[in-house]
Design a protein around this ligand. Structure first.
Ligand SMILES: *Cc1c(COP(=O)(O)O)cnc(C)c1O
Length: 431
């Protein structure tokens, strides 16, 4: 029967995915992570089937009394670990968090200044993405090649000349922190607002190895809840400015979400608690690991970018792989040995190079969450050398990758709770 065949196919594909990415692969995609088993168990709940349009206790639907409580609890916990007064967890992704804030700060035809693309600006900051969809003009601030960052002096001049409605900092290929406290007074002096997009580095910020933009003058802090912050996929907006925050929060529903994927809320709250307890240890290990990986790769002959700046201050490492076949070839070759990275434009690449850029971007946060330390980063660097430079047999290296991964299958920095006493019918993940 067709139904039976398709049914088996669906189950088979899900099993294969779980086995490959959860058990057998070394995942180094910088924007991904895993939840703890507890957060995952709570992810599958009745909340996933419900609506709760509006804000807690002011809904347009009945049946939401527990949604109201969990949403307020999750918002409070997230505020506590973020050091913020106000939070909104309804954006279902970081991109929507950006859309909601950008839409309030500017009208179509207005101007926004963004970090230069070479310093990591995300597509949602540009005319090709969310800003473009909102009709807001983006102007890139000047790039400082030497510091691989926003050129502060030139950016200050530009802010004073352009008088934008808002300025966006934060990035996707994000090795070194953008100059938030340096630019904030100048942004405010022309009546503009400063939006910090910490999608990638929110977990590092909560773990106190990355400074808190809200303490450095940012008016809004937008995040993803699933990159270095290891929660469910989603977005959030934080602010300490009640007036500005209220304007945004009033419009999230109905402008950007109707249902807001309520099943994220318990898992987000659990992850916030995990970060409250273990966040500092977790974030500190991430940064030690990214440094260790960069140094190991460099010592083996890889062209790791940013040497003069110590390679990285985040969870990311960027490698120029032009001499090894280019970003596309290298990412695919590593994948065939179960090491998962993405190809990435490097600061000196033209935008047209997007299909075959010079680099790869590596993120160590997920493997750190599974307990890997500096020693394992050296092992990963060696495996990459064997694949890309020594051209050893891919199948043989793949076996070594699976063996290394098999020693790190348990999520660390997690909270545990025995759910069995509830005779839970939570469906376990199939493998
Ligand atoms: C990943 C990313 C986003 C988008 O996040 P989603 O949650 O995937 O929508 C926004 N901004 C930056 C800087 C990012 O890196």
């Amino acid at each position: 029967m067709d139904v039976q065949k398709d049914l088996e196919k669906v189950i088979e594909l899900t099993r294969e995915q779980n086995k490959w990415r959860r058990v057998e692969a070394i995942n180094l995609i910088a924007s991904e992570n895993v939840m703890s088993p507890l957060a995952e168990s709570l992810y599958m709940s009745d909340f996933m089937s419900r609506y709760a349009e509006g804000k807690p206790y002011k809904r347009f639907y009945q049946g939401t009394k527990y949604v109201d409580e969990i949403e307020v609890l999750a918002m409070n916990l997230m505020n506590e670990i973020t050091g913020s007064k106000f939070s909104d967890l309804r954006p279902t992704s970081g991109t929507l968090a950006n859309a909601a804030v950008f839409r309030i700060l500017a009208e179509p035809g207005d101007k926004a200044l963004i970090a230069p693309v070479q310093a990591g600006a995300h597509v949602s900051h540009t005319k090709f993405g969310t800003l473009g969809a909102l009709g807001i003009e983006h102007i890139e601030m000047p790039y400082d090649k030497e510091n691989m960052n926003v050129d502060v002096d030139k950016a200050v001049k530009m802010i004073e000349e352009v008088k934008p409605k808002f300025v966006v900092l934060g990035g996707s290929l994000y090795l070194f922190p953008h100059p938030t406290k340096e630019l904030a007074p100048h942004v405010h002096s022309v009546g503009a607002k400063l939006v910090y997009d910490a999608a990638h580095v929110y977990g590092l910020m909560v773990g106190k190895v990355w400074s808190n933009p809200l303490d450095e003058g940012a008016d809004f802090l937008n995040v993803s809840t699933h990159k270095t912050f290891p929660g469910p996929q989603g977005g959030a907006i934080f602010s300490n400015d009640e007036n500005e925050f209220k304007k945004v929060s009033r419009t999230i529903f109905p402008w950007f979400v109707s249902n807001h994927h309520l099943h994220r809320l318990p898992s987000t709250a659990i992850t916030a608690l995990e970060m409250k307890v273990h966040g500092q240890e977790y974030a500190a290990q991430i940064v030690r690991n990214s440094k260790a990986l960069a140094e190991s790769l460099a010592s083996l002959g890889f062209n790791v970018i940013g040497e003069h700046l110590g390679y990285t201050k985040s969870h990311q490492v960027a490698v120029d792989v032009r001499k090894l076949g280019g970003g596309t070839f290298v990412a695919k070759t590593l994948e065939s040995a179960n090491i998962i990275v993405n190809k990435n434009l490097l600061p000196y690449d033209p935008p047209e190079a997007v299909n075959d850029p010079s680099g790869i971007r590596i993120g160590v946060q997920e493997m750190t969450r599974y307990g890997m330390k500096e020693g394992e980063m050296e092992e990963i660097a060696t495996l990459m050398k064997q694949i890309l430079m020594e051209k050893k047999d891919i199948q043989e290296i793949k076996r070594k990758v699976i063996e290394l991964r098999s020693r790190f299958l348990e999520v660390k920095f997690a909270l545990n709770y025995d759910l069995s006493k509830y005779n839970s019918k939570v469906i376990p993940m199939i493998m």
